[in-house]
Design a protein around this ligand. Structure first.
Ligand SMILES: NC(=O)c1ccc[n+]([C@@H]2O[C@H](COP(=O)([O-])OP(=O)(O)OC[C@H]3O[C@@H](n4cnc5c(N)ncnc54)[C@H](O)[C@@H]3O)[C@@H](O)[C@H]2O)c1
Length: 378
């Protein structure tokens, strides 16, 4: 059974879902562990399982990641300054772990256009180095992949209807793997998808090879947008925090593409909902080994930019200038909603945090840390 006290301690909510025996005294490496997802998982897992040793490895490239180091220290989470591009930083003698959660990445689609070499070296060579570490230590690997593995051309050709506040998936679709519920794992993977998405899909293929050839145990989560407190939102990554922070700090924004109306739609998942899933996965690794499944807020949690604006206005009390730009951004898509039916059938997991609560959580975090966040988010 889960340690009940830690559950209450973390979020005052029941966040665990497994009745299976919890793995004891695990040593877990979280690469990219000082980033948004890595740090949220590290802190959440440590609070759920105080006996687990959690090591966060990060090169601190993402601005704001350094703010997590004192949080780690306070909880007894180990931090190693390291870079997944370099094998010397992933020494199996030093990092002799039971499980690896790979959250290290350059996660921006636009970075693939401006810094392709960094994206390739971190997201692809980095995966190879992590796989080698897993092979040598016989650790299980939980890999954070992305909805961006799905091809852009079919995603741009969905049957879409326009309402007064958003684009919406029509109930009739001709492309496989899409319905009103969103995009499933059967959606086409066979044309371009951005360099970022390609490094992630290539990583998934390599993971499959390591499973087959070396008996690696691995789980792949293809995540839609993830968000929550401690995400250092910026123009090219972390749109929910970007939107709320711009309203809070009274900065301007842009509705880019799709007529400049802000009707493009994304689903988003609160990182606390992701933690609940990852905790379950780490504790049930044997039975979930080999899974490559979509993870996201789905129909439960999705908004258009315009709808986000209304929510941000309501929460912050501020109205800001939002400039319409009609030209679309490279690699952009009009709507993405995750269909996680397969994951839900298998694990009974489902998102529990509604958009309003997600936005309020982020707002409260910005208010509580305004001084340290202003130089990063404003
Ligand atoms: N945030 C999302 O919406 C989202 C959605 C789908 C998938 N993902 C995936 O989740 C994972 C975590 O994303 P995130 O949102 O926390 O991003 P993030 O940028 O907040 O965190 C990534 C961390 O990796 C570190 N890093 C970058 N290059 C590195 C390198 N070469 N060596 C070591 N560390 C390095 C960064 O400093 C940063 O702390 C990524 O793999 C990303 O692709 C994120």
């Amino acid at each position: 059974m889960y340690p009940k006290q830690s559950e209450q301690h973390y979020y005052d909510k029941k966040i665990s879902m497994s009745d299976n025996l919890v793995r004891l005294n695990q040593r877990i490496l979280i690469s990219g562990g000082a980033g948004f997802v890595g740090s949220s998982l590290a802190i959440g897992l440590k609070q759920l399982h105080p006996d687990w040793t959690i090591i966060c490895l990060d090169n601190l490239r993402r601005r704001g990641s350094e703010l997590n180091l004192p949080r780690f220290k306070a909880l007894g989470i180990e931090f190693t300054h390291g870079d997944v591009r370099f094998t010397d930083d992933l020494d199996p003698q030093v990092l002799d772990v039971d499980l690896i959660v790979d959250c290290s990445a350059e996660p921006s689609v636009l970075a693939g256009v401006s810094s392709p070499q960094y994206v390739l070296n971190t997201n692809l060579v980095g995966t190879i180095n992590i796989l080698e570490l897993a092979r040598k230590t016989q650790a299980g690997l939980l890999f954070l992949s992305t909805s961006r593995v799905y091809s852009i051309a079919p995603l741009s050709n969905l049957n879409i209807i326009e309402t007064s506040t958003r684009l919406e998936l029509a109930s009739e679709q001709t492309i496989p793997g899409v319905s009103y519920q969103g995009i499933t794992e059967d959606f086409p993977l066979d044309s371009y998808r951005s360099l970022y998405g390609t490094t992630k899909l290539a990583s998934e293929l390599l993971i499959a090879e390591y499973r087959q050839s070396y008996g690696l145990q691995a789980i792949v989560n293809r995540c839609g947008i993830l968000t929550g407190p401690w995400q250092m939102g910026k123009v090219d990554q972390g749109v929910v925090v970007l939107w709320l922070a711009a309203h809070y700090f009274r900065k301007s924004l842009k509705y880019i593409g799709y007529g400049g109306t802000g009707k493009q739609v994304r689903d988003f998942l609160h990182v606390r909902d992701l933690l609940r899933l990852v905790d379950y996965q780490l504790n049930n690794f044997d039975s979930l080994d080999g899974d490559v499944l979509n993870v996201g807020g789905g129909r439960y949690s999705n908004l258009s930019l315009l709808e986000m604006t209304h929510l941000c206005q309501e929460i912050t009390g501020n109205t800001i200038k939002i400039e319409p730009v009609t030209t679309e951004r490279t690699g952009d898509i009009p709507i993405y909603i995750t269909d996680c039916d397969r994951l839900q059938q298998k694990t009974q997991w489902q998102p529990k945090i509604k958009p309003q609560e997600t936005f309020e959580d982020i707002y409260n975090w910005i208010v509580a840390h305004e001084d340290s966040l202003r130089p990063i988010l404003a």
